[in-house]
Design a protein around this ligand. Structure first.
Ligand code: 26Q
Length: 837
């Protein structure tokens, strides 16, 4: 590797610094004890958190040279880079993942054991970095992992919220929200502050136009009246057993006043401190809704703060290397927008290029539309983001002007293609009929690529939500089916299965998940199947312990573990699951069946704090659970447990211990789902509708190895006008019995009327989720599931096939497709600093 001059001098020093960073037991132990005693002033009996912190610092040290080497290699290769802009990165814990990437899990285990502790207990002390709501945020984290493993030069940009996703506590069956102070012990051990890259973010004020005296060029100047600092914190993202360590840069808001203390005087002291609070409020807390909550000013500030800081950062870097020549910018940079949340990037890049860099509009627009790519994550029209023109005018006056200009040029283009089609112009306009900016339209117009996250979702976008845009620009639209990283979701989450796989098929599956297909060779081998069951028993035991710890409910690991964990949403139909549970309960009470499969139903997930119906669903689950779990007549035959505070680290235990994966959304509503993939990879069998990525999961495993039920997306829309829930109930004795139990108040004996709204929505002919329409087919399908579970040999076979066919659902495949079709980056092999001699 050619070392640039300014780095040459430090090279020698870096080598010297490396001398104390061996990966042998002795060096690792020395590092660990050094941090514990000499840096943190603690000892081996100190609270686990300090042991974790000492260990993570030791690990981080070993990422540092690779991190630096990666920066240098990317800089020198001078190749194109991609930037993943996302309001959320749901990272979870990082210790085990980094140990795996650095290949030092075994020595660390030995060192800790020598010192009288286990890696497991130290690991538990790491708090989840919960900087996301759910699927979209976790997807961003999986993408980062895969890009580093594939050696792609990709950088993530996000926000460093002081409080991440709220912690969920249950009180009398109701959800309570507590703040998540994940940074309480001071800083986050994986981050490095880089205050020297601080940016200034402007807000408010007004714009004026003037003529540049020399050139006569018309220039718009934004007289902003507020400035907030964006301070970057970098998190290393290590590739699996390679030298690449990519960067996730998270911005934290700080007051400019901190840096201007001399301007404080007695008169403005109070206002200055108050303003500091205002500034810091921008990254104070993650918005806890995973569907759009319209109009909140602070949310808009967050979005602009992310977008402006990230683009300024990138342009600064560009200017250092290319000066004011932007002619090749698009060949070297590409931005992936994680939903519309960062879509202001379209307007902000225009502002920076036109107002600050003085490019002509046409040239700037050419750059924007060759560098922006947009990923959509929802089919629900009500979840599409809009911002009021009035709010934009107050907070981002220049961006509003730019959006108007983009819109007028865009609508001119549309009217040329469809002369006189006024309705189409209104449908496609960036401004809706209520003076609100449609952010999806801004993203669509500003991007060269638009993708959905599963085949069905991408097709429905073209046919429905974005049909007008598809007619205008069919070539922009593409599909990128989601995935999950097999390092976290198989190797870390399921160490027993990892060991078994290593023995049987080696380790190539860790970077090429399609290798799991080789498991099919063993499917008739009885001792293999017995071992598979043994691994699953172990994992179910582990899940049973988690359930006991979090709920006090004791479950029998021999029972079928039937699991639905995801955000609570009407479209995800946790209610359908509850109806089935009530049906099973009624069968046990009224029919005394002789054939029975013991079942433990686990439900988990958070409700947005302002989503009343979702919160009521949580209450219903708890009330039903109380009746069932305390009925001695029911016993082990049926249990229901709501696992509170479902998060990334809970899922790591849950996905490995699940027999049956519930993916039961109304067809056409779930964009993809990614939990479905985590379960499948770990050998769970899916019961699901033809929705999101379920369709592709079923294609991969074959119809015989998937429990399908329910209306198709098209049937859902056809049925809507004739949907009569009362008639459905009248025509189905099982459903009638369930609804009567619900209506009788059996589950809310001393809480009269609390479920009336739930019952009303289920029985409304306008129920958008048409839950009762799928009841019969769901219950019948569940009967087949129960029957199959009684044949453990057949179940095991199906379980193995599910795992074996999960190769396609690795984010390694997803990232390769993004790269091939959208980004077109060359992988960069990072050359390592030679070992110290
Ligand atoms: C928007 C505006 C204001 C406040 C919050 C939001 C907001 C925040 C998060 C809107 C949406 C989200 C998250 C959406 C999400 O997680 N969608 C899921 O994305 C997954 C990854 O593609 C898919 O698998 C899921 O199907 C989809 O529901």
């Amino acid at each position: 590797m050619v070392i640039p001059d300014f780095e040459r001098e430090t090279e020698k020093v870096v080598r010297k610094a490396l001398r104390c960073l061996g990966n042998d037991d002795e060096s690792l132990e020395a590092s660990f004890l050094h941090y514990l005693y000499n840096t943190f002033g603690r000892h081996l009996q100190s609270p686990h958190y300090y042991l974790f912190k000492a260990l993570s610092y030791s690990v981080r040290d070993r990422l540092m040279t690779r991190w630096r080497d990666t920066w240098l290699s990317h800089y020198q290769a001078g190749t194109k880079k991609a930037y993943y802009l996302s309001m959320e990165f749901l990272i979870g814990r990082s210790l085990l993942n980094n140990l795996l990437s650095l290949d030092i899990e075994d020595p660390i285990r030995r060192v800790l054991e020598q010192l009288g502790m286990s890696l497991e207990e130290v690991e538990q002390a790491e708090r989840d970095a919960g900087l996301g709501n759910g699927g979209l945020g976790r997807l961003a984290a999986c993408f980062m992992d895969s890009c580093a493993t594939l050696q792609l030069p990709v950088m993530g940009y996000g926000l460093r919220y002081k409080y991440g996703m709220f912690r969920q506590r249950i009180q009398n069956g109701y959800q309570m929200e507590d703040p998540d102070p994940w940074l309480r012990h001071g800083e986050y051990p994986w981050e490095v502050q880089r205050a020297d890259y601080t940016c200034v973010i402007p807000f408010g004020g007004s714009t004026r136009m003037y003529k540049e005296p020399h050139s006569g060029q018309l220039i718009v100047h934004w007289d902003h009246d507020e400035e907030v600092l964006a301070v970057p914190y970098d998190v290393p993202i290590a590739g699996y057993k390679n030298q690449t360590v990519n960067t996730l840069r998270l911005w934290s808001a700080a007051s400019a006043e901190d840096f201007n203390l001399s301007e404080f005087n007695a008169g403005s002291y109070f206002e200055a401190v108050a303003e500091k609070n205002d500034a810091e409020s921008i990254t104070m807390v993650l918005y806890p809704n995973d569907a759009n909550e319209n109009g909140k000013e602070l949310r808009l500030r967050q979005q602009y703060f992310l977008v402006s800081a990230s683009l300024q950062d990138i342009l600064k870097h560009w200017r250092r290397n290319h000066g004011s020549d932007f002619s090749t910018f698009h060949d070297n940079n590409v931005f992936q927008l994680n939903d519309t949340h960062p879509s202001l990037a379209v307007a902000e890049l225009m502002r920076l290029l036109v107002d600050e860099e003085r490019l002509e509009w046409i040239e700037a627009w050419g750059i924007v539309t060759r560098t922006m790519a947009y990923t959509n994550h929802t089919l629900l029209p009500e979840a599409l983001e809009t911002w009021s023109v009035q709010l934009l005018r107050r907070l981002l006056p220049r961006h509003l002007e730019i959006i108007y200009e983009i819109n007028s040029r865009f609508l001119t283009e549309v009217s040329m293609k469809w002369p006189g089609d006024e309705q189409r112009l209104q449908r496609m306009s960036l401004i809706d009929g209520h003076d609100r900016v449609r952010m999806a339209h801004l993203a669509l117009v500003g991007s060269f690529s638009v993708n959905g996250v599963a085949e069905l979702h991408s097709r429905l976008l073209k046919e429905g939500l974005f049909h007008d845009f598809y007619e205008l620009w069919p070539g922009k639209f593409n599909n990128k089916t989601n995935g999950v990283t097999p390092r976290r979701w198989l190797a870390c989450a399921n160490p027993e299965l990892r060991e078994m796989l290593l023995e049987l098929i080696g380790d190539s599956w860790l970077t090429d998940l399609s290798q799991l297909a080789r498991l099919k060779e063993f499917i008739d081998d009885e001792s293999f199947c017995e071992r598979w069951r043994e691994v699953r028993r172990h994992n179910k035991q582990r899940l049973a312990v988690l359930i006991k710890q979090r709920t006090g409910i004791v479950v029998n690991p021999e029972a079928m573990f039937d699991v639905q964990v995801k955000r609570i949403h009407e479209y995800k139909r946790q209610l359908l699951n509850v109806l089935h549970i009530i049906h099973l309960y009624a069968r046990l009470k009224f029919e005394r069946p002789t054939e029975w499969t013991n079942r433990c139903v686990v439900i988990g997930g958070k409700a947005a704090p302002g989503y009343a119906m979702a919160k009521k669903i949580i209450k219903l689950i708890h009330n039903v659970a109380n009746v069932i779990n305390n009925d001695p007549e029911i016993g082990d035959r049926l249990k229901l447990a709501f696992v509170p505070d479902y998060n990334v680290s809970a899922m790591e235990v849950i996905c490995a211990g699940t027999d049956l994966s519930e993916q039961i959304s109304t067809a056409g509503k779930e964009a993809s789902g990614t939990g479905n993939m985590k379960f499948m990879m770990n050998g769970a069998i899916t019961i699901g509708t033809l929705d999101g990525a379920n369709v592709e999961i079923r294609d991969a495993v074959g119809a015989d190895n998937f429990f399908l039920f329910g209306l198709h997306a098209e049937e859902v829309e056809q049925r809507r006008s004739s949907y009569r829930p009362a008639a459905v109930i009248a025509g189905d004795d099982d459903l009638k019995r369930v609804m009567e139990l619900l209506r009788s108040g059996h589950f809310n004996r001393f809480e009269r009327g609390i479920f009336d709204d739930v019952i009303a929505s289920l029985t409304s002919p306008y129920d958008p989720w048409m839950t009762l329409a799928d009841f019969r087919s769901y219950v019948d399908c569940q009967n087949q599931v129960a029957e199959l579970f009684r044949d453990q040999a057949a179940w095991t076979r199906m379980s193995v096939i599910n795992s074996a066919c999960s190769g396609r659902f690795s984010t390694d495949r997803t990232m390769q497709e993004y790269n091939h079709d959208i980004w077109q980056l060359s992988p960069v092999v990072v050359e390592s600093t030679p070992d110290p001699t």
